[in-house]
Design a protein around this ligand. Structure first.
Ligand code: TRP
Ligand code: SF4
Length: 381
């Protein structure tokens, strides 16, 4: 298959240095980003500015994204997209580690996860959204890394252990046990500096850092050592009080959830079990709704805490306030989603993003082959 970049008709010269890949090819031929005007006003040479640092993060397309994904990683992506050259991976190969026996769901899930990211506010003119399986260099890099990653280190990875238990795996497949190596390749193929993730992903970023250090030590400096960026809002638990949010439990709110269903899920959510009647005193620290207020309605928390303890506010009203705050977040997402769902729009964004990621990957792999001294044509020529 060929990947096409569909628009090349815009003059990209003014921001060429800032927005080119390492081969010097323009990366965003669609629009001129606002940074251009800033530079003109400050009268700086474009080359005086350091190129932007890079973010790589993303999701396994195993179902729609929910509020847990939003607070864990997606909000940080949206917040940092102007500061960092941002790559968003739709990790379909990683999804196959657990879904290899039902690949037919992937086409739909890849689409939905891309739409979720765009609906959440990622601007396709700024960020590169791409599909992992179309970048064979990631698989290639995974193989090179796998030569020096020990099986024991993977076996002791806490996230691998938790997930293996959750899925009931006793005998792990090679692909599942090794997915942290593949994730290291996801992060390094574009030589990323920062990885916004939920807390469960920190062991994988740690593993990536170890791989980077070892690679650079063995073959020479090719990769920056990436850092994890974890959201200050802790992990959100499901609305039923279950630590794990899951589709089958129906205990999470999706970014694409319709308003009535958001309200219904909040209305039936468990609260402080000691508040059976309206005048029972509350204990916000044990209440999930309080956690959600902290995450999505932080301006209300200071007022809520004493009001809950003194039973001045009832759970019904508290939940109404949360529903309103969630609507403020989710309503614009529904609007944006509708724009990106128009025929052809998402396809173009993913094709352009994947084409750019592919160029980055080729450039990085050229550096890797050179560092590893397996760039035979260059050596012999
Ligand atoms: N493992 C991540 C998750 O389950 C998805 C992912 C794949 C990822 N590759 C990545 C996250 C690289 C950050 C960086 O959500
Ligand atoms: Fe929870 Fe709010 Fe009820 Fe307090 S008032 S127990 S914080 S739902």
């Amino acid at each position: 298959m060929t990947l096409r970049s569909s628009r090349t008709d815009i003059n990209i010269r003014p921001y060429r240095e800032l927005h080119t890949d390492i081969k010097g090819e323009a990366i965003f031929p669609r629009t001129i980003p606002p940074i251009h005007h800033k530079i003109a006003k400050l009268n700086l040479q474009v080359t005086d500015l350091a190129p932007k640092k890079r973010i790589l993060t993303g999701d396994r397309p195993t179902g729609p994204l929910h509020l847990g994904h939003y607070v864990g990683s997606v909000a940080n992506r949206v917040r940092l997209q102007h500061e960092y050259d941002t790559f968003i991976i739709i990790a379909d190969v990683q999804a196959l580690t657990t879904n290899f026996d039902r690949p037919e769901r992937l086409a739909e899930d890849v689409r939905n996860v891309a739409l979720d990211n765009l609906a959440a506010g990622l601007d396709p003119n700024l960020v590169t959204i791409f599909i992992q399986s179309y970048i064979p260099e990631i698989a290639e890099l995974t193989i090179y890394f796998s030569m020096f990653v020990s099986v024991n280190a993977l076996r002791h990875n806490p996230t691998i252990k938790t997930e293996a238990k959750a899925y009931g795996y006793s005998d792990l497949t090679y692909g599942f046990l090794g997915y942290p190596v593949s994730q290291a390749a996801d992060i390094t193929f574009c030589r990323a500096h920062l990885v916004p993730v939920g807390a469960d992903q920190v062991p994988h970023v740690e593993q990536t850092r170890k791989i980077v250090r070892r690679f650079n030590e063995l073959y020479g400096e090719v990769f920056p050592e990436p850092e994890a960026l974890v959201s200050p809002v802790g992990r959100l638990v499901g609305l039923d009080g279950d630590a794990k949010m899951s589709k089958s439990l129906g205990n999470c709110i999706y970014l694409a959830e319709p308003p009535e269903s958001v309200a219904q899920k909040v209305r039936v959510a468990v609260t402080d079990p000691a508040r059976i009647r309206r005048y029972d005193l509350g204990h916000p620290e044990v209440c999930i709704i309080h956690d959600y207020q902290k995450a999505f309605n932080p301006g209300f928390v200071e007022e809520l805490e004493p009001a809950c303890r003194s039973a001045e506010i009832g759970c019904v009203d508290c939940k109404k306030r949360l529903i309103a705050a969630l609507e403020e977040l989710l309503a614009p997402m529904r609007e944006r989603r509708a724009q990106y769902e128009k025929p052809g729009v998402l396809d173009e964004i993913l094709r352009d993003g994947t084409a750019r990621a592919k160029r980055e990957a080729e450039a990085t792999l050229a550096l890797v082959r050179q560092a590893m001294k397996i760039d035979y044509w260059e050596r012999w020529g």
